[in-house]
Structures are given as structure tokens and as C-alpha cells.
Design a protein. Structure first.
Ligand code: IMP
Ligand code: MG
Length: 430
């Protein structure tokens, strides 16, 4: 993907997250000089396999496992500094020295202990309407950001101001917890001293990351922008309110790093060869539990962050076409094709029927979405292992026909096909 005039490449999830972005980013990162995250936080779980080692990255960008690459935490993320440093320490313990290669925006909002308490209490109070959040305090930290009462990385540099901000934030959070009838309590002193303790480790990483990336691009270096979650979890364009609290679509890659939108050269949309979702909310192609369980076991579909079983269903071309448009996707990467190898038949959703009409576009209205009947096309399976394929020609005809149909329905070319969890298990289509 890099080359051909592409220096700044965005990789976005084009379903409900967990599309296999971690693996794709890890593979593409070998050609990049910088890898940057621009939204979300520790709600993300990006699984990367290097040899026999598996890493699940939450806040550190997925390119970090290559020595020497620079990794960036953008201003659009919400950073939990405690678990972030733990992640860095764990990487170090496993032989990956990363601390001096990570840059964090001075403007990044912090996720604090009270955000996690509030996330729990809010979910509990939602009862049946719970979103099924990851419990990482993400929504509550973004709420504080937009309410202009958040605490940013740069605030760690001023202990007096930090104390005021922590006291005000903790008092607000406590009042909200009490209002929700929760018996959770915020420990302001413990939080403040924890932040003072970690500040000397975080502050040396802090800088104007937009400036650093602009300079790198001007020098001709290559930058990979790594999205988290997926288009259908975007706070504006997803299945609201069953979404995450950030813009997960490609436009945010610019804003979330302090780059101009004209810096973005290409957008790779990652899609699974089928569909999964973790948490509550609409999933039009969801399979009945028995069939869902089969796909879940074949694909090892359990949340990388929370371990929750993922809901599963057939590939939904309405979703992927919509995500393609929202993100300005220039090419697709299809992941986990090998998971479908043993299936006798494979279905794809080509449209939705709703109230006697065919819907061409993904609806904004959840009550309409609840009534849609996916229209399926069924193709024969290929019953052949695909994990050894390295070129398109190595794939069985059935698998190629399936990929062609995806490309046709999504109106996008397929550039990469991942056929296993290992780095080498991927094919690039020129
Ligand atoms: P939150 O981001 O923790 O607030 O969770 C909001 C919704 O987004 C829930 O349905 C989560 O399951 C979902 N979600 C958040 N992060 C991810 C992710 O990285 N992959 C898949 N789903 C996610
Ligand atoms: Mg994930």
C-alpha cells in the first residue's frame, strides 16, 4: 500500500471492531516509520502474533513490535496512564524495549480511576438498555473532554493545577455516582499521588505529535495511522447509542493527531470475511445461536479486551459499502478468510428488506434497523485449507469467487487477504 504516492496510510475497521486490524497494521508496519493511534483507548484489543508469541495491545500502537519504529498516542485518544505504563512494562519484560520510541500528545485526555467507576455504575443503571461497554471508562473520559473538564497529559507537569483538577473531577464523579445510587467511592488522595508518581515517566514522552508527524512526512517518512473499533461503532455514524464514544472513521485520523485532512493519502478498510460484534446493539446478519457458536469456535471469537464471546453472523455488504463511503476507503483488507474453509455453504447479505421495500443504505433509525430482513446470497464453500496461500492464484476457486463478490458488492478492490494469525499468512493482490 505504501509507495505509489502513499506516505500516510489510514487503517480503519469497517464493521463493528475486531476486524483483525492489529494483524494488518503489524504487517504493514514493516514498511512504515511511524505508527499512530488517533482515537479510543484501552477499550481496544489488538491481537498481534510474532512467531509463537501472542501480544494483545490495548493502548500502545500495533507497530511497536518492530524494533526502531516510532509509535504515537494521539490527542484524540483517551489514555489510561496506569494501564499504559503496565503495557509498556509487560512489553519490556517480553524483550521489547519501547518506552523511548513512544510519543504521547500533550493534549491527550486522561482516563482516571473515577471514569472506570462511573462506567460501571452507568452501565448498571442502564439495566436492560446496557451498551455492554468494555468497562474501561472510555465514554466517561470523552464526556469530560467534551464538557471541558477533562485532565490532559500536559496537566501532569503542574502539580498544583493537577491537584485542583483532580479534586474537582473527583467531586463531580462522586456526585454522579451518588446520583446513580452507587455505593462506589472515589479516593482522591490515592488518585492524586498515583498521578504524581507516574508523571515523571509519562512527561518525557509528551510532545506536539501533530508537529512530529508533519515533520516526518515532510522528510519523506511513512506514517501508518491505526484506527480502533470500527465504523459501526462511530459515535456519529454507527448504531447509536450502541456505539463507542469516539469517531472511529477515517476523518478522525487527522483531527485525532493534529494533522490536516490533506495529509491522508489512502485508507485501507479492514473487514472480516464474516461479521462479529461484541456488546449490545443491532447486528442485522446475526446467526441463531447454534450456527453462531460454530463460527465463534472456528474463528476463536472472544473479546481480546474483555474475553466476552462475540456475536457472529454472515458478511454484510450493506455495512461494508456504507463504511467504505464514510471512510473514503481506497481498498479493503479481508481478514480471517481461512475461518470459512470448512463450511459447506457461505452466505452474504446483499441488501435489507424493510416494510415491503429494499433498503439500499444503512438506516440511521434503530427501530427501522430492528425490522430489517437481510437478503442473502449463498455460495458453495471451498472445503480446502487456505492458510498456505500466498498469491491469489493459490486460493481455491470458491474462495476467489467469494472475494470477487465482496469486492463487487462493496464497490471496492480487495488488496489484502489474511489467511491466518501469523505474519506471513497474508496475500497481497496487486
Ligand atoms: P466502550 O468503548 O467501552 O464505551 O464500549 C462501547 C461499545 O463498543 C460496546 O459495545 C463495546 O463492546 C464496543 N467496543 C469498544 N471497543 C471495542 C473494540 O475494540 N472492539 C470491539 N468492540 C468494542
Ligand atoms: Mg479487538
Amino acid at each position: 500500500m505504501f509507495g505509489d504516492g502513499v506516505r500516510c496510510l489510514v487503517v480503519v475497521g469497517s464493521q463493528w471492531g475486531d476486524e483483525g486490524k492489529g494483524k494488518i497494521v503489524d504487517v504493514l508496519a514493516s514498511d512504515a516509520d511511524w505508527i499512530a493511534r488517533y482515537q479510543g483507548g484501552a477499550n481496544a484489543g489488538h491481537t498481534v502474533r510474532v512467531g509463537e508469541d501472542e501480544f494483545i495491545l490495548h493502548q500502545v500502537p500495533s507497530g511497536v513490535l518492530y524494533p526502531g519504529k516510532r509509535c504515537v498516542v494521539g490527542n484524540g485518544m483517551v489514555l489510561d496512564p496506569v494501564t499504559f505504563l503496565k503495557e509498556i512494562d509487560e512489553l519490556k519484560a517480553r524483550g521489547h524495549e519501547v518506552e523511548d520510541r513512544i510519543l504521547v500528545s500533550t493534549r491527550t485526555q486522561l482516563v482516571l480511576a473515577y471514569h472506570k467507576l462511573l462506567d460501571q455504575a452507568q452501565e448498571k443503571s442502564r439495566g436492560k438498555g446496557a451498551i455492554g461497554t468494555t468497562g474501561r471508562g472510555i465514554g466517561c473520559a470523552y464526556e469530560d473532554k467534551v464538557a471541558r473538564v477533562g485532565i490532559r497529559v500536559g496537566d501532569l507537569a503542574d502539580p498544583v493545577r493537577l491537584r485542583d483538577l483532580v479534586e474537582a473531577g473527583a467531586a463531580r464523579a462522586q456526585a454522579r455516582l451518588d446520583g446513580l445510587g452507587s455505593d462506589l467511592t472515589v479516593d482522591t488522595d490515592a488518585l492524586y499521588s498515583e498521578l504524581c508518581k507516574l508523571a515523571p515517566r509519562v512527561l518525557p514522552m509528551a510532545c506536539d505529535v501533530g508537529l512530529a508527524l508533519k515533520k516526518a512526512l515532510d522528510r519523506g517518512e511513512r506514517v501508518l495511522l491505526e484506527g480502533a473499533q470500527g465504523a459501526m461503532l462511530d459515535v456519529d455514524h454507527g448504531t447509536y447509542p450502541f456505539v463507542t464514544s469516539s469517531n472511529t472513521t477515517a476523518g478522525q485520523a487527522a483531527t485525532g493527531l493534529g494533522l490536516g485532512p490533506t495529509s491522508l493519502d489512502a485508507v485501507l478498510g479492514v473487514v472480516k470475511a464474516y461479521t462479529t460484534r461484541v456488546g449490545a446493539g443491532p447486528l442485522p446478519t446475526e446467526l441463531p445461536e447454534e450456527e453462531a457458536a460454530r463460527l465463534r469456535e472456528l474463528g476463536a471469537e472472544y473479546g481480546a479486551t474483555t474475553g466476552r464471546p462475540r456475536r457472529t453472523g454472515w458478511f454484510d455488504a450493506v455495512v461494508v459499502r456504507y463504511a467504505g463511503r464514510l471512510n473514503g476507503v481506497t481498498a479493503l483488507a479481508v481478514s480471517k478468510l481461512d475461518v470459512l474453509d470448512p463450511l459447506p455453504e457461505i452466505s452474504l447479505c446483499v441488501g435489507y428488506d424493510c416494510r415491503g421495500e429494499r433498503l439500499e443504505e444503512f438506516p440511521a433509525d434503530l427501530s427501522l434497523l430492528a425490522e430489517v430482513e437481510p437478503v442473502y446470497e449463498t455460495m458453495p464453500g471451498w472445503n480446502t485449507p487456505t492458510s498456505e496461500a500466498r498469491r491469489l492464484e493459490d486460493l481455491p476457486a470458491g474462495a476467489r469467487a467469494y472475494l470477487d463478490r465482496i469486492a463487487e458488492l462493496a464497490e471496492l478492490p480487495v488488496r489484502y487477504v489474511s489467511v491466518g494469525t501469523r505474519r506471513r499468512e497474508i496475500l497481497e493482490i496487486q
